[in-house]
Design a binder for this molecule. Structure first.
Ligand code: OAD
Length: 232
């Protein structure tokens, strides 16, 4: 079975009603990164940070995977599919994908601020229990924090992601501006000779050094076009 590896970003969830981060109407315009997505922000104003992710989480529970998510999972019939996502939503999983690697964490999870990756302290929130009251403690007594990789923090899943990319027969990038490393550097692990596609309705100016076929369309339309051309 041939292996297709996807790298997805915020553009993948636009058709599910989510905003991207950068650009004129991006999320970081309303909520500057340094106020809601850094370790310093969490220490300086935990309530602001916790409530920012509370709002996103509430929205996530009200959202649905889009056609693009479903197209990717449908490929599992004919291919070995891995999805590496920078998104903290769970729309790939709910769209049916069975192998998803989250590089930047997961919105539905909370963890210990002292020991973030200790599974004993990771809590998964549900639709009826999506809101975290600022100041709530994790089971180890430290502050409960969003299970999100903040800027400046290590990205523990990057090694597993790089291993997957290095085995790809086809690499497909969807809806990411490729501004954020180390995620954007994954393209360097694609084996020589494996085709690389990039689907995005706007011009992506970063990461142009390798040989990429650009499909300048939204996620669903772009994926339909690509899959029609690679039918097994
Ligand atoms: P960006 O906001 O930087 O880029 C989103 C990309 O999606 C842009 O290139 C858009 O042109 C494209 N796009 C817009 N609509 C689309 C559609 N309908 N279909 C497909 N693509 C579309 O978001 P990311 O690259 O995902 O990190 O950002 C990377 C990381 O930066 C995020 O994971 C987040 C952010 O800070 C954390 O929160 C840790």
């Amino acid at each position: 079975m041939k292996k297709i590896v996807f790298l997805t970003g915020a553009g993948m969830s636009v058709e599910s009603g989510f905003k991207t981060f950068r650009g004129s109407d991006g999320l970081w315009e309303d909520y500057p990164v340094e106020q809601v997505a850094t370790h310093e922000a969490l220490e300086n104003d935990p309530a602001l940070v916790i409530n920012f992710y509370n709002r996103l989480r509430k929205k996530l529970f009200a959202s649905q995977p889009n056609e693009g998510h479903k197209l990717i999972s449908a490929l599992e019939k004919d291919y070995d599919v891995t999805v590496i996502t920078q998104n903290v939503d769970d729309l790939h999983e709910r769209g049916g994908s069975s192998h998803v690697i989250h590089l930047h964490g997961e919105l539905k999870k909370m963890c210990s601020s002292a020991d973030a990756y200790n599974p004993d302290y990771i809590e998964t929130l549900t639709e009826d229990n999506w809101e975290v009251i600022p100041g709530t403690k994790a089971k180890d007594g430290s502050m409960l924090r969003p299970f999100i990789v903040f800027f400046g923090e290590a990205v523990p899943m990057i090694e597993e992601a790089a291993r997957e990319v290095s085995q790809a027969d086809l690499f497909v990038i969807v809806g990411t501006s490729l501004n954020v490393y180390p995620a954007a550097g994954l393209v360097r692990y694609v084996p020589i000779g494996a085709p690389i596609y990039l689907i995005d309705p706007n011009e992506v100016t970063q990461g142009k050094k390798c040989d990429v076929t650009v499909i300048r369309k939204g996620a669903t339309e772009g994926l339909q076009e690509l899959f029609a051309s690679i039918k097994p």
